[in-house]
Design a protein around this ligand. Structure first.
Ligand code: ADP
Length: 606
């Protein structure tokens, strides 16, 4: 916030005050010395002139007194002649202290009377200042008059002169001096203000410029007034402003570049200050964490990543190992989200830690694949171990003597044979799945009359029913006209066999299996419904997973590998179709296969 400088605080005022004070003090000192000197010299010269005058007067009077005894008139004349404006009174007395001649400003006639002044009595040389009855300063000179031989005093001269006038004169000069100083002070105040303004003006301009620069406006330039230090300062200031503008520009473009890099990164990036408060977060990080920029800026990174309980900011700085965050929504499997966070410290050249950068990487898919791989390996080992263990126990029994038992031995051998067959089936299934996973199996599509194709397969199942213990009936509900579909007949046969076998396997004795073939706008849908025990709702989505079985023990007893539906799914996927199941527990299940289909125009054939 810019504060207005008050006049009394301004440099302008300070310079002026300093100037005036210096001026007044010097005038005061000079004045004091000057007045003192003037006073001394004036008074001294007054004294010496008085001295001279009285000496010569005394000499004249003495020669007069010597001539004749009756020379009172001449003495009076001398007194009258010497009575100048600066003299207040002159008295001449004889040796008996009788006034011979006298003159004062009041023109009193004292000649012949006895002198009454005590100062004059002593007849000693005297030169002193005194104050008269009116309070004025006077100078009194008493000069004894000696006879020519110098042995006897024959009288005395008394002169009272006006010292006050001298002082008045000195005072008048002092007044002139001080009033002149006052005028000089006044003029210098004005000059000082002008001079100090010429100094502060450019400073003020530069200050305003600095304020503009601080607000991000670099267009202003300081005016250069001349060639003095201030104008040099102004020039440096202008250079500084240019440099800042350049630096600001390059910083700006650097930041823009960084911003666009951050925005287009496929990884999330979070940068914090040295206290761990978020200062930058890119769009990817926002979307990974499901937050908005407003709520995260200034937030602690620990809170943001929800790791406050396990970590302190210090620990994050010390341990730079990766962190796996499970942000999955526990209620919805589709909302699985696993984030790998990699931390690195931001360190200045001085070694000062200025923050931390966290790079967030979505590893959900990776983790899921990894998890599936682990499960798969464990499933395969488990699936192979079960038949092997049972085979081992049968072989053990045989080797311990059961081979001799004519009833048991063939039975046991049969079981081992069945188990071996099952293992071979499983390995074959696994191999074909692996091939499909690696993309080695390509479907050999040809245009197939699907109605005919399905009928052919189902006829086979109809024939098989006679050789089996468990009975079933197959119902067919097909479209009137034949549907021609692009499909790989071998692979599709495998899929339908699989679903049919399951339907028979899980159906009750004598159950009906309904096969429907319908067409929609651009799909054919083939479904197989049974009247079996059905599949619980929670397992419906998973029956297509590898090795997944609803009831493990029973499914294995039926000789299943748990891979049939998984293979079917892969095959249908390779046909760009889809496969799914619906079921009502206790009432039966329906498996659907949808394949892309382009209805041809009947006219075209005709
Ligand atoms: P399996 O070789 O065990 O039959 P599949 O992949 O063909 O393996 O089937 C997986 C599981 O799905 C089966 O173990 C069974 O629990 C369930 N299932 C499949 N078809 C049906 C059906 N028609 N009725 C009830 N359950 C079924």
């Amino acid at each position: 916030m810019e504060k207005k400088v008050r006049f009394f605080q301004s440099v302008n005022f300070k310079i002026a005050v300093a100037f005036i004070l210096i001026l007044l003090i010097s005038i005061e000192i000079i004045g004091a010395y000057f007045i003192r000197g003037l006073e001394n010299s004036t008074i001294d010269s007054f004294y010496s002139s008085m001295d001279q005058r009285t000496t010569s007067m005394a000499a004249t009077i003495r020669s007069e007194l010597n001539d004749t005894k009756e020379s009172a008139d001449e003495v009076q004349q001398i007194v009258e002649n010497n009575f100048t404006s600066d003299v207040l009174e002159i008295r001449v007395v004889d040796e008996n202290n009788v006034i011979l001649a006298a003159k004062d400003t009041r023109n009193s006639n004292l000649v012949g009377t006895k002198n009454d002044y005590s100062d004059l009595n002593a007849f000693t040389l005297k030169s002193e200042d005194a104050v008269d009855e009116e309070g004025k300063r006077v100078h009194i000179t008493v000069r004894p008059i000696q006879d020519p031989s110098g042995d006897a005093v024959i009288g005395a001269l008394y002169v009272r002169s006006n010292l006050e006038r001298k002082y008045t004169e000195i005072n008048r000069i002092a007044v002139i001096f001080f009033s002149a100083s006052l005028i000089a002070a006044l003029i210098s105040v004005i000059i000082t203000f002008l001079v100090s303004r010429s100094i502060t003006q450019p400073i003020e301009e530069m200050r305003l410029l600095a304020v503009r620069i601080a607000n991000g406006d670099y267009t202003g330039r300081a005016k250069i007034y001349g060639k003095d230090e201030l104008s040099q300062l102004g020039e440096s200031f202008n250079q500084l402003s240019e440099r800042i503008e350049e630096a600001q520009d390059s910083m700006e473009s650097e930041r823009n570049r960084l911003d666009s890099v951050l925005t287009h990164m496929t990884d999330g990036v979070i940068a914090t200050d040295r206290r761990g408060k978020v200062i930058t977060i890119n769009d990817m990080a926002l979307s990974l964490l499901g937050v908005t920029s407003e709520e995260t800026i200034g937030m602690s990174i620990l809170t943001l990543l929800d790791i406050e309980k396990e970590y302190t900011f210090r620990r994050l700085l010390e341990e730079t190992e990766d962190l796996i965050l499970d942000r999955s929504n526990s209620h919805r499997e589709s909302d699985q989200l696993i984030i790998k966070v990699n931390f690195s410290m931001l360190r200045r050249d001085s070694g000062f830690i200025s923050g931390i950068v966290a790079v967030l990487h979505d590893v959900t898919e990776q983790e899921r694949t990894e998890q599936e791989r682990r499960e798969f390996v464990s499933n395969v080992s488990h699936e192979l171990r079960t038949p092997l263990t049972s085979m081992r126990s049968y072989i053990e029994a045989l080797s311990e003597g059961a081979w001799q038992d004519e009833e048991l031995a063939p039975n046991f051998l049969n079981v081992t044979l069945e188990e071996t067959d099952r293992m071979i089936r499983m390995i074959n299934d696994l191999l074909s799945l692996t091939k499909m996973d690696n993309g080695k199996t390509t479907v050999q599509k040809e245009l197939v009359n699907f109605n005919e194709f399905v009928n052919f397969i189902l006829d086979r199942f109809d024939m098989m029913v006679n050789n089996q213990e468990k009975k079933y009936v197959i119902r067919r509900e097909f479209t009137q006209r034949d549907l021609w579909v692009e499909a790989d007949p071998d692979k599709m046969t495998q899929v339908i066999d699989n679903i049919m076998n399951n339907a028979i396997k899980y159906s009750p004795d004598g159950g009906a299996i309904t096969c429907r073939l319908i067409e929609t706008h651009n799909n054919i849908i083939f479904s197989i419904s049974d009247q079996g025990l059905g599949i619980p709702r929670k397992d419906l989505g998973r029956v297509f997973d590898r090795f997944y079985r609803v009831d493990k023990a029973r499914a294995r007893a039926q000789g299943g590998t748990g891979l049939g539906l998984a293979i079917s799914k892969e095959v249908v996927k390779a046909h760009e179709g889809s496969i799914w199941a619906e079921s009502q527990e206790g009432k039966g299940s329906t498996f659907y296969i949808a394949l892309p289909y382009e209805p041809y125009e009947e006219d075209w054939w005709e």
